[in-house]
Design a protein around this ligand. Structure first.
Ligand SMILES: [Zn+2]
Length: 346
């Protein structure tokens, strides 16, 4: 009965954390280090493998935190980020003193019999919040590496026993097995293990598995592909500070006749859109840029020339997305079409 009540409380707190959008503080513990190489085999040292894997795991979580389009927000504490000695109690102290919400230890397995192989993941006891995370790590690791599934287990490992928060210990695979060692020591496999642990953490906190995207920059210049304008627009270099080799200009008039910058956006998400122009007193004080979502942003092109100026942040789906500059504004001026930059998703 007590067990079931504790389970219900644990489930409730996980849901509450999600609905409040709480940032989870996660302690990542690469096993061994410094004078302790951990297990060795197939030309590899466990301390190096697990540090590299843990740093890749951290990088994934940092990317997930940067990308607001999915996944979670993570505050990472490392028990070590370099090849140094940290005692078992020292590792627990780091997690406990930082009030981390979860502790995740990363190891490679070893056996005197080199045929032993596969993936297993530990918690101190079960069922509880720790074993919930443990189970998800195991599932995601099998999915990522597809090594022998040795299952989920409980063990009285020091770092599982003396950390105050739900804690897991991943034995990714056997460094002493030639087949497994391809995975434990392979950089791209380590990266996939890091990603698998991120997916497990996302799922554990009730989030769908999400691969964060790296923000990209797309620049469309008036001299390059993706730009179009009618022949009423003329190329010029008479005012300095242009982007690339020149800019286009057009006299303002009571027609739209827009210059257009189209970028092929690879990934949907939020993008910052910036405009570059050359400033002079004959420029339109209210030049109307029309963003891909239809919003018009009026800028004073008599100032802020020769640099990127933020027009706004818009949600873009993947595909060809166009920003326009209309010439329909106060008569007697020029509108300047130089370059547009899209930056995202973020
Ligand atoms: Zn170890």
């Amino acid at each position: 009965m007590t067990i079931y009540r504790n389970l219900a409380i644990a489930a409730l707190s996980a849901v509450a954390a999600l609905s409040w959008g709480v940032t989870a503080k996660v302690c990542i513990d690469p096993g061994h280090g410094g004078s302790d190489p951990g297990a060795v085999g197939n030309g590899q040292q466990e301390k190096t493998n697990v540090l590299n894997t843990a740093l890749k795991f951290k990088a994934w979580l940092d990317k997930d935190t940067q990308d607001a389009n999915g996944g979670g927000s993570w505050n990472i504490v490392m028990t070590r980020s370099t090849d140094v000695d940290v005692s078992l109690q020292g590792r627990c102290d780091i997690a406990n003193n930082n009030n981390c919400n979860r502790f995740m230890s990363i190891h490679n397995n070893a056996a005197s019999n080199s045929s032993a192989n596969g993936t297993e993941t530990f918690s101190y006891s079960a069922p509880n919040t720790a074993s919930n995370l443990r189970d998800k790590i195991q599932t995601r690791m099998i999915e990522a590496w597809n090594r022998t599934n040795r299952g989920v287990k409980t063990a009285s490992y020091y770092v599982l026993r003396y950390t105050n928060m739900p804690a897991t210990l991943s034995e990714l695979a056997f460094i002493t097995n030639a087949g497994d060692a391809v995975y434990t020591g392979g950089s791209s496999w380590q990266d996939l293990a890091g990603k698998a642990h991120m997916f497990a953490l996302q799922n554990h906190y009730g989030l769908a598995a999400y691969t964060p995207q790296t923000a990209q920059t797309y620049i469309v210049d008036n001299g390059g592909s993706g730009f179009s304008a009618s022949s009423n627009w003329f190329a010029s270099t008479s005012v300095s500070g242009y982007y690339g080799s020149n800019y286009h200009a057009r006299a303002t008039a009571a027609v739209s006749d827009p210059a257009q910058w189209t970028a092929n956006i690879a990934t949907s998400g939020n993008y910052q859109i910036y405009a570059w122009w050359t400033a002079a007193s004959n420029r339109a004080p209210s030049a109307p840029y029309v963003l891909p979502n239809g919003t018009t942003v009026n800028v004073n092109q008599q100032a802020n020339g020769g640099k990127w100026n933020l027009l706004g942040t818009v949600s873009l789906s993947a595909g060809a997305r166009t920003t326009k500059l209309s010439c329909w504004t106060t008569s007697g001026y020029y509108v300047i079409a130089d370059a547009i930059k899209y930056y995202g998703p973020n």
